[in-house]
Design a protein around this ligand. Structure first.
Ligand code: TYM
Length: 333
């Protein structure tokens, strides 16, 4: 049987190799399987949990659609839309926030990381963001959610919320309990400057990530400057445990080439980093450059991107508004 897929990406600019290898590459494979029904959402409501410039946000929404298409998602097969265009997402988030428990949200590590030391100054939206995410997923009777490792805890919360709603209102199976689809390997790509930190859009140093809009020279330069260690490349996977930068670069190489970590380690064991970095740059340019060129072409075609969003909005709204109606009835409105 086919899967019902839902996933979202924030339109906050600088979509990078981590987003691609951890999530979007998977979206493309799921989209290509005719048995699946896929919904891919540009989560603009999530983006405003931190301050956004309106014009930049508008551009980033279109750029995220362009990125989906440039990476290979077919808008004829998958629903692509932006979250704020379907009001059911916000309404669902409110209804579910009356089911979710403070204690559950207080455990979310991403909030703690993002809010930093000064929690008092974080927006309420940043805190309750995983409930909006649960609303996104549950409105579409989603069975599988492809994401990177960093979203695992939010998905567990979504499952808890779904279960509690079903139990409290005695509506077994009303919300499907979704399964995370997190790749066993390469689901957490790390910064090029610090192998213990996640590659992230918000890192101040652009050298910490390969952006999907980087050109050939930028990619080569970033790999050249990527942090390594003084030893030659390791001869076993075990040795990688103590060498986070080497591990990350070899993982990126493996993922792009669809190789196992073991195969890549064997290919480069005992060699120095400069040989390896040449090969890594080569494969990165081969895979990312066509995407980057396509994004740059598509972002100039606003009409095309807006049409995708409009078509997607109609289809998504049709599904989500029906589910909200049923929720309202169950709740007693
Ligand atoms: P966001 O926009 O931060 O990231 C989009 C996707 O990219 C993955 N990702 C990574 N994977 C591997 N290594 C990395 N360094 C890395 N950085 C990001 C993320 O895991 C994610 O899959 N809350 C979500 C968006 C969202 C969503 C949803 C996802 C909203 N509603 C419903 C699934 C279902 C987020 O902020 O992703």
């Amino acid at each position: 049987m086919g899967k019902k897929i839902f996933s979202g990406v924030q339109p906050t600019g600088n979509l990078h190799l981590g987003n691609y290898l951890g999530a979007i590459k998977n979206f493309v494979d799921l989209n290509n399987d005719d048995k699946n029904e896929c919904v891919f959402c540009v989560v603009d409501l999530h983006a405003i949990t931190v301050k956004q410039n309106p014009q930049v946000l508008r551009d980033n929404i279109r750029e995220t659609v362009a990125t989906f298409v440039a990476c290979g998602i077919n808008p004829e097969k998958s629903i692509i839309f932006n979250q704020s265009s379907v009001p059911a997402h916000s309404e669902g988030a409110w209804l579910l926030s009356c089911v979710a428990r403070m204690g559950w949200l207080n455990r979310m590590t991403q909030f703690k990381e993002k809010a930093g030391k000064d929690k008092e100054k974080a927006s309420i939206g940043l805190y309750s963001y995983p409930i909006l995410m649960a609303s996104d997923i549950l409105l579409y009777d989603t069975t599988h959610v492809p994401v990177g490792e960093d979203q695992k805890q939010h998905l567990e919360l979504c499952r808890d919320i779904a279960q509690k709603f079903n139990n409290e209102y005695g509506v077994e199976d009303f919300f499907k309990i979704p399964e995370p689809l997190i790749q066993k390997y390469f689901s957490r790509i790390m910064s090029l400057k610090d192998g213990t930190k996640k590659m992230s859009k918000s890192d101040l140093s652009d050298l910490s990530r390969v952006n999907l809009t980087d050109d050939k020279d930028q990619i080569i330069n970033k790999i050249k400057k990527a942090k390594t260690d003084p030893l030659p490349l390791p001869s076993s996977i075990d040795e990688l445990k103590e060498r986070p930068e080497a591990k990350n670069l070899i993982e990126i190489y493996s993922s792009l080439n669809n190789l196992s970590l073991e195969n890549s380690v064997n290919e480069f064991k005992g060699k120095n980093f400069s040989d390896f970095k040449d090969k890594l740059s080569q494969i990165l340019v081969e895979k990312i450059n066509p995407i980057s060129l396509e994004i740059k072409k598509l972002i100039n075609d606003k009409g095309f991107l807006d049409k995708i969003l409009l078509e997607g909005q109609k289809k998504a709204d049709n599904i989500a508004s029906k589910k909200i109606k049923k929720m309202q009835e169950i709740i007693g409105f």
